[in-house]
Ligand binder design. Structure first.
Ligand code: FAD
Ligand code: NAD
Length: 160
């Protein structure tokens, strides 16, 4: 099995799109990520997975904190910006939640501290303890088969 076939298989699993953000020496940084899962209710834990070549890896290790920002369907540009898929002239202005940079207008912002980390293959899994969160109405951005998509309600036939 080659890498492309594996990625094509993983791409069948539709996900939301997050921007992970952190701050080091007063500078905020973002990175697009869809590897994310809820882990535990007591305590409130989530997991993200960061590739070993991503600059975000050392940035999170240095700060010990990060945010997970679930993008809305209006925020494909933010996803492209923080995946390096599109270049922008301007510097991005983050908001702040519990001492961590967050993306404005995301449908959910989670402010986390690093609870644990595990190296697995060519990625590092960070377990985050959620210290604060915000929720905003709106549909999430979807990533499926390597494409950005939007949620569309199924028009189910009425069953009598
Ligand atoms: P950089 O290359 O430094 O940053 C990424 C981009 O964000 C750069 O273009 C940079 O200019 C811009 N940027 C960062 N901070 C700022 C700022 N303050 N102001 C303005 N611009 C800024 N990789 C994973 O490891 N795990 C995943 O789960 C994952 N999921 C992905 C899901 C999708 C849908 C996509 C498209 C990509 C995903 N990636 C994932 C790949 C990852 O987003 C890229 O490899 C990314 O470029 C790695 O960023 P970096 O940490 O090396 O930082
Ligand atoms: P793609 O077809 O590469 O992605 C489909 C799926 O494959 C993703 O949702 C993810 O589950 C998996 N995947 C892709 N790259 C991976 C990697 N390096 N490690 C582990 N799983 C990976 O979609 P695309 O549009 O070609 O992706 C754009 C870029 O973003 C590529 O460079 C891709 O490698 C990167 N990406 C990385 C991850 C990740 O590291 N977890 C996840 C998604 C996308």
């Amino acid at each position: 099995m080659d890498d492309r076939q594996f990625r094509n298989a993983m791409g069948k699993f539709a996900t939301g799109v997050n921007v992970i953000a952190t701050e080091v020496d007063g500078e905020a940084y973002g990175m697009t990520a869809n590897a994310f899962m809820s882990v535990s209710l007591d305590p409130k834990l989530i997991v993200i997975s960061i590739g070993d070549k991503a600059k975000m890896l050392d940035r999170i290790r240095q700060s010990g904190k990060f945010s997970v920002n679930v993008l809305s369907c209006e925020q494909q540009e933010e996803s492209m910006r923080f995946a390096g898929q599109k270049q922008f002239e301007d510097k991005y202005e983050f908001d702040e939640l519990a001492g961590v940079p967050v993306v404005s207008d995301a449908v959910c912002q989670l402010s986390c501290e690093v609870y644990n980390e595990h190296t697995e293959g060519d990625h590092v899994l960070f377990i985050g303890k959620v210290n604060d969160l915000t929720l905003t109405d709106g549909d999430p951005l979807i990533f499926n088969c390597g494409k950005y998509r939007e949620l569309k309600e199924l028009e189910l036939e009425e069953v009598r």
